[in-house]
Design a binder for this molecule. Structure first.
Ligand code: G1P
Ligand code: ZN
Length: 553
């Protein structure tokens, strides 16, 4: 129901920050901290003030605002609306109950010609009063704010003395409608509709519907997070999958206690249905804010690096990409599986640092159409974020056109291109000094490794990855330690930029087996020598006190 409501009086309030104010170092794409921290007096407001003072075009501009529904989402929306009105925004587009997935936000920013967006999420981190919260800033292209902007926001937080907001009561965002806060229009829309229309433009829904109808049972785990409403609509309504296809489909403030990260550890219930009980032909899950995806087949886990390669190799089957793709990109730690496909397709292939923001310039310049990361992130030029449900639909579309099982698709792929056995080992919650010491020591050791034997081969490159953006020529250095071997094996070691407790060390392992080799082995066994050699070189067990990783992907 549409209604128009005027709120008055419009008195503006300036609040002086009296507490000793801790400056807010943004992480990879914004600020991610414990919910408790965000509940501290003036904490959220301070960061928002810095954004409003820094983001270009605030005065008279339109901003998109929403989040993944976690604890704190609605409170933050009310605060940001009142602050936005005090800073002269013309309009804020927000969504009913503030529910807006990250890819859907990216789409809205682009379609509404907004100056950018604020997405309230800590992505795949747990939510609730004892979990994490986050504020992510996106720019006018719909993508995560570039480092230049987040650095500027950070600089601003250091000189922050006060923030301002309009002193008015909360407005209702439970239903669609228009409201005015002083001169600023607040438009509450449905956060699902526009995204669904975009998906309908890219995919042939009839053919997927037919597949599901032809005894191809699918299951999707929304992990009590933001994708629930989107998945209900897409899978159960439009694709006519049976009711119950979407598990955990209502966004909950604490995600029902689930750690909303779609991997074999945290989405183990789903994994069991596919890998052990073998009840479904296809299964998938998305993370808290809907940008990550995990793809499973009956008795088959699709490694995200392989998923990117399969998506690229089959893009011609999808209506939205049938005219061809210009190029692909992957983050540096992602396996080289997609490189081999790009070579075969004779398209460009870029290797970028970790983080979606590095794909933005390449997408904007139309150098690439598809991109992805090993961390369950895949996407394309349809938005400027990775997109979990897009990847799910992409896979379903491949399956509907090829009429093979997921494991048959994978086997066929490896028989054509060879297999890049791959795994990521995470050591979470390491005491920060121990983690830094380990990393710095390993970095120093790299200089003497080139030309030496390692894990049954010879080291050809051992360095800290540096990236020059092909478009704006900006340089990003120290993006991860690389040990590349003559036999095409790769070992990457980097520190997580998104963890909130202690430090997380990530070790990425890759070994190539050509199409004539044994393509049906356990990755951990194939990678054993690489694992053992990096563990002893970096003294991982001794320095972390952990004799095995906390998460193995
Ligand atoms: C992690 C992933 C990275 C991804 C980021 C945001 O960052 O590894 O690929 O872009 O989350 O989803 P990290 O914690 O490794 O810095
Ligand atoms: Zn996410």
């Amino acid at each position: 129901m549409k209604h128009q409501e005027k709120v008055s009086p419009f008195s503006e309030k300036k609040i002086r920050l009296t507490n000793s104010f801790e400056d807010q170092k943004p992480g990879t794409s914004g600020l991610r901290k414990s919910t408790k921290k965000f509940c501290e007096k003036d904490y959220l407001e301070s960061f928002i003030e810095a954004i409003f003072q820094t983001l270009p075009g605030i005065k008279g501009g339109t901003l998109v605002l929403g989040g993944d529904g976690r604890y704190g989402n609605e409170r933050a929306i009310q605060i940001i609306l009142k602050m936005g009105a005090a800073h002269g925004l013309k309009k804020i587009i927000t969504t009913t109950k503030g529910i807006l997935s990250t890819p859907a936000a990216s789409n809205l920013i682009r379609s509404q010609n907004a100056i950018g967006g604020i997405i309230l999420s800590a992505s795949h981190n747990p939510g609730g009063a004892n979990g994490d919260f986050g504020v992510k800033v996106n720019g006018a292209n719909g993508g995560p704010a570039p480092e230049s902007l987040t650095n500027e926001i950070y600089r601003y937080t250091k000189k922050l003395k006060e923030y301002k907001l309009l002193d008015v009561p909360d407005i209702s965002i439970t239903a669609k409608g228009k409201h005015f806060l002083s001169q600023m229009c607040v438009e509450v829309i449905d956060g699902v509709d526009d995204y669904i229309h975009l998906m309908q433009k890219l995919f042939d829904f009839e053919s997927i519907k037919q597949l599901i109808n032809d005894d191809f049972p699918v299951i999707f785990d929304a992990m009590n997070a933001v994708t629930g409403p989107y998945a209900h609509y897409l899978l159960e309504k439009l694709l006519e999958a049976p009711t119950g296809t979407v598990l955990n489909g209502s966004p909950l403030e604490d995600f029902g206690g689930i750690h909303p990260d779609p991997n074999l550890t945290y989405a183990s219930d789903l994994a069991e249905l596919l890998l052990e009980k073998k009840q479904y032909s296809f299964g998938a899950a998305c993370d808290g804010d809907g940008d990550r995806n995990m793809i499973l087949g009956k008795d088959c886990f699709v490694n995200p690096s392989d998923s990117l390669a399969v998506i690229t190799a089959n893009a011609h089957l999808i209506p939205g990409y049938s005219e061809g793709i210009t190029g692909v990109a992957r983050s540096m730690p992602t396996s080289s599986a997609v490189d081999v496909v790009a070579k075969e397709l004779n398209i460009k292939c870029f290797e970028t640092p970790t983080g979606w923001k590095f794909f933005g310039n390449l997408l904007d310049a139309n150098e690439i159409t598809i991109c992805g990361e090993e961390s369950f992130g895949t996407g394309s030029n349809h938005v400027r974020e990775k997109d979990g449900l897009w990847a799910v639909l992409f896979w379903l579309q491949i399956l509907s056109k090829r009429r093979l099982s997921v494991s048959e698709i994978m086997k066929e792929h490896w028989l054509k291109y060879g297999r890049h056995y791959y795994s990521r080992h995470d050591y979470e919650g390491i005491e920060s000094k121990a983690a830094n010491d380990l990393y710095n020591r390993l970095e120093n050791l790299l200089t003497s490794l080139t030309g030496k034997p390692f894990a049954g081969s010879i080291v050809t490159v051992a360095d800290n990855f540096e990236y020059t953006d092909p478009i704006d020529k900006s340089i990003s250095s120290r993006q991860g330690l690389r040990i590349l071997l003559e036999d095409k094996s790769r070992i990457i070691v980097r520190m997580s930029g998104t963890g909130t407790k202690g430090s997380t060390l990530r070790v990425y392992l890759e070994r190539f087996v050509p199409k004539t080799g044994d393509l049906d082995q356990d990755p951990q066994l194939v990678l054993k020598q690489l694992i053992d050699d990096i563990n002893s070189l970096a003294e991982i067990e001794r320095r972390t006190g952990m004799n095995k990783p906390t998460v193995i992907t």
